[in-house]
Write a protein that binds this ligand. Structure first.
Ligand code: FES
Ligand SMILES: [Fe+2]
Length: 416
């Protein structure tokens, strides 16, 4: 059929219910609010890597589901997470993105988190250790034991990432949530300590799920011109998108011929432990985190939704902690040549989702987004998205293709 009139444009595609979604799931403010409440407030979120808190009293701040969060390393070496909110009158306690409490700030003592508003202080376990003018103001009606910080579930796992869950009673443990999807890389990531060597972030005017979508299909290789003409072979296209419980997807590996890229060399010498040379695995975690290991460098994407059509994506690059400075520089080059700001890949992906975000701004007319490609579950298939949106439908109790309707189990991807 030729170009369509308005009614034809709005008609439903001739595909199964799980093979398309309604664009309102990417733009509707009410759906977004529900996602914050039903998904981001209840799932395990990797907030940073333990190497970003190398010493006791180091901290990082971030937010989950709009809640300010602080992660710090105690003198006992344990990494803990708290709401970064003062129990007195709700001031954010620490405003820096990262730092150390070892040195005192102008309005605080060493080894304490100090709320600069009225100088209440907390230790690395979240205990309140000082209330200014305590007796004068509260007499005996309130004491330090009554006003500790809100501690959050926090585990360091799967290669040293720091996972936090706002829910005190998560539906599923972190181990059960993530271990099957990490199976392909767990031995590799846990063999020895890793270290973050690269960090940048992008704020994109697009829904966070669109970033997940582009990470879990390689059909958009057409955008990555170099990918089509350089180091890839039949094994590249034969890789499978394997789905796991809880909405996760793993893209299988193959041996990349880096020598065939112009200006590139084999990455075998710096392969991560227990990994055959030049392999490439990708783990796409529900609701949008990504772990991508190209032989010698690991990339991790962490998404923080900022609105229905806005997302912050933090990109980290990791190598082995024991790298020599020369090895580290080579790893950085490997990482940046693909994923750095002037690399071949990441910025093109960002252009793709930004373009989708432009057509799916809040208030734009609902339209159909097709996820119906079947190519034997290989990388050009869209089974990763179908799997993801089944999970999304269950958490939200909404049909992805008719979000006004309650969720009904779609055709399972495994049965396709
Ligand atoms: S709000 Fe933190 S000390 Fe008052
Ligand atoms: Fe891409």
């Amino acid at each position: 059929m030729a170009a369509k009139n308005h009614a034809q444009w709005l008609s439903e595609p001739k595909l199964k219910a799980n093979e398309w979604v309604d664009s309102r799931i990417y733009s509707d403010p009410q759906i977004y609010e529900e996602e914050i409440e039903k998904i981001f407030s209840k799932t395990w979120i990797p907030v940073c890597h333990e190497s970003e808190l190398p010493k006791a009293y180091d901290f990082r701040t971030m937010s989950i589901a709009r809640e300010p969060v602080i992660v710090c390393r105690g003198p006992d070496n344990e990494v803990r997470a708290f709401l970064n909110v003062c129990p007195h009158r709700g001031m954010i306690i620490e405003r820096r993105p990262a730092g150390s409490f070892l040195e005192g700030q102008p309005s605080g003592n060493p080894k304490r988190m100090t709320c600069m508003f009225h100088a209440w202080q907390y230790d690395m376990r979240g205990n309140c250790v000082y209330i200014s003018r305590e007796k004068e103001g509260f007499q005996d009606r309130l004491c330090k034991e009554d006003v500790g910080l809100r501690r959050l579930r926090c585990e360091v796992k799967f290669g040293g990432f720091v996972w936090v869950n706002l829910d005190d009673n998560p539906k599923v443990s972190l181990e059960d949530w993530a271990a099957p999807a990490f199976g392909c890389l767990r031995k590799t990531l846990d063999a020895e300590p890793l270290e973050v060597f690269h960090y940048h972030k992008a704020i994109v005017n697009a829904n966070y799920k669109l970033w997940h979508d582009t990470n879990c299909e390689f059909y958009h290789d057409f955008m990555h011109y170099h990918n089509r003409v350089t180091g890839f072979n039949d094994a590249y296209f034969a890789r499978k998108n394997e789905s796991f419980e809880h909405g996760h997807i793993v893209v299988g590996t193959f041996e990349v011929n880096y020598e065939k890229y112009e200006g590139f060399d084999s990455r075998a010498a710096l392969s991560f432990p227990h990994l055959p040379p030049n392999q490439w695995y990708m783990i796409d975690m529900f609701p949008g985190m990504n772990f991508n290991l190209r032989g010698s460098a690991l990339r991790c994407d962490i998404v923080t939704p900022l609105g229905p059509d806005k997302v912050m994506i933090e990109f980290r690059g990791l190598g082995l902690k024991r790298d020599t400075s020369e090895e580290r520089q080579t790893r950085i080059n490997h990482h940046n040549s693909i994923w750095g700001p002037f690399g071949r890949n990441l910025h093109e992906d960002l252009i793709g989702v930004q373009g989708q975000g432009t057509t799916m701004q809040t208030g734009s007319e609902p339209r159909r987004i097709l996820h119906g490609r079947h190519e034997n579950q290989t990388i050009h298939d869209e089974n990763g998205m179908r799997h993801y949106y089944e999970e999304w439908g269950r958490w939200m109790n909404r049909m992805p293709n008719h979000p006004e309707q309650p969720y009904a189990e779609a055709v399972s991807v495994a049965a396709e």
